[in-house]
Design a protein around this ligand. Structure first.
Ligand code: UDP
Ligand code: MG
Length: 337
């Protein structure tokens, strides 16, 4: 049995030594010891010394492979690159900051190996140490998205999971550019076993997610997995038409019965602003879908690799000394269109 662990890294020089320590501990003491282990680090355009660290690791540790992007492409792209490169029968995804406790790994592997499930996924049961505003919006997001979409997204589910080979192949079969992993994971299906655990804080370094970036990410998730907002816009449009029709009837009847002159510019002005606002809002929603389509249609690669370790060994390919056939530093990884 081979186990591949994929670790996306973005400015993780402080956390990496702790991470390797933890992996060493868990892989030597448990039933992971009998497994063929490979650790695939994906450096997502770090600006600190993460890449140097990874190269040094790959030189000394046969299990370590790395892939470095030409710039920051985001965690989703890093996950995708890792999945494409994983060769194990079991594939694990873990953060570098030890917020995904490696102590769960043996049990998760056992579940996939022996219990007939295809995914063992970790789920935080609390949000201790998180700002309350962030927790509030996170909960709201999960409630919203679960109501609007067919796929179920578990509140507190992290990307930390162990997957079977056929599950990974199914994931790789989804070739979209806008990759919202949380949704893709559940869209693919198969049986999932959940492993609850208490939230842990980052071991070192700091989170890359601001409130604003999380907000944008949640919009991305909604747009990627449901067209419910478009239906909503049609419904609201229809409702307003109906209201307008009733208003016209009321005004005409009132005029005929009581001869009331229509007066009041204030009510008119607020009505026009209200309707203008509605139109802009729904145009914006349609625009979101258009923008996503535009990005998909362009068919750009999900990421660009600047350099990576040679297959199977920890040696660098793009150092110009060996490996790359054309000696070129850049290799475009197409998503297979
Ligand atoms: N990460 C990444 N690219 C990014 C942002 C984050 O590869 O643009 C990695 C990061 O190095 C870490 C994981 O994704 O291993 C989770 O990031 P972080 O801890 O900042 O997120 P949080 O745990 O706060 O959700
Ligand atoms: Mg983290």
């Amino acid at each position: 049995m081979g186990l591949s662990i994929i670790v996306p890294c973005y400015d993780e020089q402080e956390a990496l030594p702790f991470f390797m320590d933890a992996i060493d501990k868990v892989s030597s003491q448990s039933q992971l010891a009998g497994m063929d282990l490979e650790i695939i680090f994906v450096d997502d355009g770090s600006t600190d010394h993460t890449l140097e660290l990874l190269k040094a690791l790959a030189r000394t540790d046969q299990r370590v492979r790395y892939t470095a992007f030409s710039r920051n492409f985001g965690k989703e792209a890093a996950l995708y690159a890792g999945l494409q490169r994983a060769r194990g029968d079991l594939v694990a995804v873990m953060d570098a900051d030890l917020q995904d406790p490696p102590s769960l790994l043996p049990d998760m592997c056992r579940a996939v190996e022996r219990e007939g499930v295809d995914v063992a996924a970790a789920r935080r049961v609390d949000r201790k140490g998180e700002p309350w505003l962030r927790s509030f919006f996170a909960r709201l997001f999960y409630r919203l998205i679960n109501r609007m979409t067919d796929v179920e997204m578990m509140d507190g589910a992290r990307d930390f999971r162990v997957m079977s080979r056929r599950y990974v192949d199914a994931l790789l079969g989804l070739r979209e550019y806008n990759r919202f992993s949380k949704g893709l994971f559940s869209w693919v299906g198969f049986k999932t076993k959940w492993f609850p655990y208490a939230n842990t804080e980052r071991v070192a370094g700091h989170t890359k997610w601001s409130f604003w970036s999380l907000f944008r990410y949640s919009i991305e998730g909604i747009v990627a997995f449901t067209t419910a907002p478009l239906v909503l816009s049609s419904c609201v449009g229809l409702l307003l038409c109906l209201l307008a029709f009733i208003a016209v009837v009321v005004i005409v009847v009132r005029k005929l019965l009581f001869g009331d002159p229509v007066d009041g510019w204030a009510s008119l002005a607020s009505l026009i602003t209200f309707l203008g606002g509605c139109q802009m809002f729904f145009l914006g929603i349609i625009g979101q879908y258009m923008a996503k389509m535009y990005l998909e249609v362009k068919g750009r690669p999900v990421y660009i690799v600047a350099e990576e370790s040679a297959e199977g060994t920890g040696r660098a390919v793009a150092d110009g000394q060996d490996g790359s056939e054309d000696g070129s530093l850049f290799k475009v990884q197409d998503i297979g269109r």
